[in-house]
Design a protein around this ligand. Structure first.
Ligand SMILES: [Zn+2]
Length: 266
């Protein structure tokens, strides 16, 4: 064989190997890129089970138990950062002669389902009525329950970011004592990262729950949950309880999940 033919063959083999390795390397790079992207997605988006409350908060490492002296019942849990912010707010309130007690913290899907279905079936009376007898239309019945109770899978209490303070009774906040507490929270809660998502209903907040002066939300974390809820949850995810089909007709995500005090979002 002539030397020129040999060198031609060698350069041909080198070219083939070059193309092969280039392909291999670029393939690996693409895989890495893809992996990185999906990894980022996992890090940046909160898992649906946390958005929907389908987990056991007692065994989550970023949740802590509310100490007995700061709550009115046993076994309440919050995300650690939320609890620490509450404790700081509580100390500041005490200096002004205001006592803040947590009366409700994290509730998971099953706990919310128990509350919802008790009202749905009439086991728990609503405004003195057994709704299963007095309100036959499912949408109308859901609307009445929704005045103060969330559908399972749609409660901000699932997130470990929201607390009810001192009382869930409207009359308490109409009293002189309750009004003083509310005035203090209105002035100071934002300093500690809390906001009232269910403020007075008006043209800025025409939809959603009635006013809840007791419900306060730790918004820096809650807003991440709200944003991911909006992105990832659909009506197919709001299921597994009596009357869940009404979530679509009542447009729960738009009217209730997103029907909050806009000052808490901005
Ligand atoms: Zn609440």
């Amino acid at each position: 064989m002539k030397p020129s033919i040999i060198s031609h063959k060698i350069s041909f083999v080198i070219s083939i190997l070059f193309v092969f390795f280039t392909f291999l390397i670029s393939g690996q790079t693409n895989n890495n890129k893809f992996f990185c992207k999906s990894e980022m997605k996992i890090i940046n988006t909160i898992d649906k089970k946390y958005l929907l409350g389908q987990f056991n908060y007692k065994s989550e490492k970023n949740f802590v138990k509310v100490e007995a002296q700061y709550g009115n019942k046993e076994d309440m849990y919050l995300q650690k950062e939320v609890y620490e912010a509450f404790l700081k707010m509580r100390i500041a309130a005490l200096k002004d002669g205001i006592t803040l007690i947590i009366v409700s913290a994290t509730r998971n899907f099953n706990e919310q389902k128990t509350i919802w279905e008790a009202k749905w079936t009439g086991n728990k009376l609503v405004n003195g009525e057994n709704l299963s007898l007095t309100v036959k239309d499912p949408n109308e019945r859901a609307k009445i329950i929704l005045n103060y109770s969330s559908m399972p899978g749609t409660s901000r209490h699932h997130w470990g970011t929201d607390i009810d303070i001192n009382s869930i009774n409207k009359d308490y906040f109409s009293s002189e004592k309750g009004n003083k507490v509310y005035e203090w929270l209105m002035t100071n809660a934002a300093t500690y990262g809390f906001c009232q998502p269910y403020n007075e209903k008006n043209n800025l907040r025409p939809n959603g729950y009635e006013e809840e002066k007791w419900h306060w939300s730790y918004i820096s974390i809650a807003n991440q949950y709200l944003s991911d809820y909006k992105k990832t949850i659909t009506y197919k995810d709001i299921t597994g309880f009596m009357g869940s089909e009404t979530s679509i007709t009542l447009d729960i995500i738009k009217n209730y999940i997103l029907g909050i005090n806009q000052n808490c979002i901005n």
